[in-house]
Structure formats: C-alpha cells, structure tokens
Design a protein around this ligand. Structure first.
Ligand code: LLP
Length: 429
C-alpha cells in the first residue's frame, strides 16, 4: 500500500496534499496518482522487452474508463480493450488510436459491431456464433473490408477468486467452448471467410488472481489448441491473448506477486513450449493492476454512532454509490486519516456511507485514529471498478475524478450536479 506524506505529515497523492485536494475539489472524490499508473504500464512493457517478446499491453478499460484515462493509456503506447459501445465512444472521444482497440463482450449488439467497424477498431474479440453471424453480415455490406479478429475461448480453467470474478471455467457465459468442438468450428468458419482475418485466440481466466499457476495452465492449454488448429486447419496464429486478472493488494493482509511476475511466468511457459509455428505476439489485458493501487477515494467524516459494547459507526459523505465492491463482493479496503496517515489506530470502527441501506459499509473493521466530524479519510487502492461501477443510488451525484501528477492536480471528471440527475427525466403531467 503506497502511502506518501509531505512535510506537514499529510497524505500526498501524486505529490499533492490530500487535504488540499479535498478542499479544492470537494469530497467524495476519486483521486489518481497518474505517475503510479504510468509506472505500472512501464513495468509490464519492461518484462516483455526483457523477454524479447512481441506483445501488447491492452488496458482493460472497464476498470476505469474516462477520456483522461484513455489519453494516459495512449501516451503510454498501450492498447485498450472496450466492452461496450459506450466505452468505445469514450475512447473515440479521447482520440485513442482505434487500431489499438480490442472490442470485447459476450453479447455485442449489431449496432455496437457496426460502430466498431465504422471506427476501424483494430481487433474484434468474437465471443460466440451469434456474433460471428452479425459480423459476417455487416462485413458483407462492405466489399473488400477485412476485420482482424480473435476468438475468445473458455479454456476450462477456474481461477481461485470470488465466484463472480471467475470467467475461464467451462461453465461460463464467455467464449466458445473448447471440449465440445465449438471453438474449432468457429475457427474453421472464420478461416473460410476472406473478410475475417483470424489472428489467434483469447482467454481470460478471472480477476484478482494471486497465483501464477492458473495463467501457466491457461497458456499451456491455449498453445495446445493453437497447435491443433495449426496441424489440422493449417492456421498460423500471430496473437495469443491471455487476458488480465493479476491480483493487487487491497489491505496489508494481501501479498500479491508484482503483476509483472505473472507475465514473466506466462512468457517462460511459452518459451519452454515446442511450437510448430513462430511464437505469436503475447497480449495481456490488465485492468485492476494498472489503476487499482493508483486510486484513492477521499471522503469527509460526518456523523458517528456509539453503542456500548459495539464497534462505533463512523459515517462518511459517500458510500456504496461510489464504491459498490464491499457490498457486492465483500471486498476489503484500508483507510487512513488524510491529515496523518501514519497515526496509530486508536479504535476499530465501521466506516459506513450515507446510503439508506444497512449493507452500506465501506470497511467493516477500519483501524483508525479517532476522527472528528470534518476529518478527511482516504480509502486506499480504490482505482479499479470504483468509479466505473458507481451509481446514482439515492439520487446521489457521482463524485469528481481528479488526476494528480508531479504535484499538479487536474479535474478530469466533473462532479455530477443535481441538474445532471434529472437531465433525462421527463414530466408525466
Ligand atoms: N479481460 C477480460 C476479458 C475481462 O473480462 C477482464 C475483467 C479483464 C481483462 C480485466 O481484469 P483485471 O485485470 O481488471 O482483473 N467488477 C469486478 C471485476 C470484474 C472483472 C471483469 N473482467 C471487481 O470489482 O472485482
């Protein structure tokens, strides 16, 4: 957990004083240390380069998708993956190079596929036969147009993580099933269509994974599939996409490998394989590991409820609307006092939000110094799937997003206003 302080002893994020940020931009706010995001992109690139591998680091933008984030990904020469017309639209608004976009999803609509073709998205990751039908139909209308695709397969590997975060096991809604022959049938069909340029295959085994063995097993399984397709379909793959899922520390109890270690294990596995084709480019799709540790949520403490014999409730001005992960996945986080992040904890409290729901608990057992109303707390490692899963529950406006780097802070998403909340409401009178 990265905690930096300034001479005043206050928490700093990207070189900016967190208390000043809270004053300047208000709370609740999402603040990103952009230098940390860049450093993570660069350490992924470094490990690929050290292995002499052809590669792409495709940022899984579902973790945090805003114009500013697509701009940073572009500056870092990363690719991105998008999973909806809305993410694609945001990447377009950021003028992200479309050739470096992969379009994912298990139920892309015809309109979304048409949008992707219109935008000249680099790669469409085809998930199922319905999508193959739609894509072939759309391409037929554009003579001579060829689209790069990957086929997403379900490799039959279940990662050890929360059930909602598992995607690679056989009983998953994502991808072509391998054992029943569906993946190979899809490849046969793609190879027969001159408007589809099949680059290779994709699999994603899950998210917040702490062990390399699932990735090693997935790499081996995918290489076996590609070898079979090479031998029986005369297919030469140029891309092997192993998805994302590298786990991060949310609390000091978590001790994940550095994300690059997963990549090194994958690359070593591939290097050790005896392949009948040249090693394809290896693509990965990290989301959480790029933005998670770099994100901090700032809240202001308000009310407090003490009941003899029970842990006190300390309420902040946000909650499950801006971070649904504790309620949805029982996710753990750690919080610090922005004024003194290293202050010894004097009590264990339930850090709760302001939403009208008992499950609106951000941290069940937060160890904090005694905080008075008005104190600013920072919840750490909230950069992934926080803002991107935020809602307007209870008609609370979504918080602002601030990027901090080298001591400069910039608002990159305005705080929603009440007027934003009723923008699409229509009168029934
Ligand atoms: N690629 C594919 C195809 C994915 O489905 C995902 C995540 C990723 C890459 C990125 O995985 P990451 O590196 O971020 O673990 N909302 C949940 C996480 C859902 C992940 C869905 N897919 C959470 O907050 O834990």
């Amino acid at each position: 957990m990265k905690i930096e302080t300034n001479a005043a002893g206050h928490l700093t994020i990207g070189g900016c004083d967190a208390l000043t940020l809270a004053q300047q931009f208000g709370t609740p706010a999402y603040v990103y240390d952009v230098g940390q995001i860049r450093a993570q992109f660069r350490s992924f690139a470094k490990v690929f380069e050290a292995h002499g591998a052809k590669y792409a680091v495709s940022y899984a933008s579902k973790a945090f998708a805003t114009v500013a984030m697509y701009q940073v990904a572009a500056q870092e020469n990363a690719h991105v993956d998008v999973v909806s017309g809305g993410e694609l639209y945001t990447a377009q608004a950021a003028q992200f190079p479309m050739a470096h976009v992969s379009f994912h999803g298990n139920n892309k609509s015809k309109a979304e596929l048409a949008q992707a073709l219109e935008a000249h998205v680099g790669t469409i990751i085809v998930d199922n036969f319905h999508e193959l039908d739609l894509l072939e139909g759309l391409l037929k209308l554009q003579e001579g147009r060829v689209q790069n695709i990957l086929l997403r397969v379900t490799p039959g590997i279940s990662a050890h993580t929360h059930a909602y975060d598992q995607t690679g096991q056989t009983d998953s809604k994502f991808g072509f099933d391998v054992d029943s022959g569906q993946a190979k049938a899809a490849a046969t069909r793609a190879l027969a269509n001159p408007q589809l340029h099949l680059l290779g295959i994709h699999a994603h085994i899950g998210s917040q994974i702490f062990e390399v063995k699932g990735f090693v097993a997935a790499a081996q399984r995918l290489l076996a599939i590609l070898t079979d397709w090479h031998d029986s379909l005369a297919f030469t793959p140029t891309v092997l996409n192993l998805g994302g899922g590298f786990g991060i520390a949310y609390t000091n109890a978590d001790d994940p490998l550095p994300a690059e270690a997963f990549v090194a294990a994958i690359l070593d596995t591939i290097a050790a394989a005896d392949l009948p084709f040249d090693t394809p480019a290896i693509w990965i799709e990290p989301g959480r590991s790029i933005v998670g540790p770099a994100g901090y949520q700032l809240y202001t403490v308000g009310s407090r409820k003490d009941v003899p014999g029970l842990a006190p409730f300390v309420a902040v001005d946000g909650g499950m609307g801006d971070n649904i992960r504790p309620a949805l996945y029982q996710a753990d986080y750690e919080a610090v006092a922005a004024a003194d992040p290293h202050a010894a904890s004097t009590e264990t409290v339930r850090l709760v939000g302001k939403y009208c729901e008992s499950g609106d608990i951000l941290i069940d057992q937060a160890k904090l110094p005694h905080l008075e109303a008005g104190a600013v707390v920072a919840v750490l490692a909230t950069g992934a799937y926080g803002y991107s899963m935020a809602s307007n529950y209870n008609r609370n406006p979504r918080p602002a997003v601030v990027f901090a780097e080298n001591g400069q802070a910039k608002l990159v998403v305005r705080r929603e206003s009440y007027a934003d909340l009723t923008r699409n409401d229509l009168s029934y009178l």
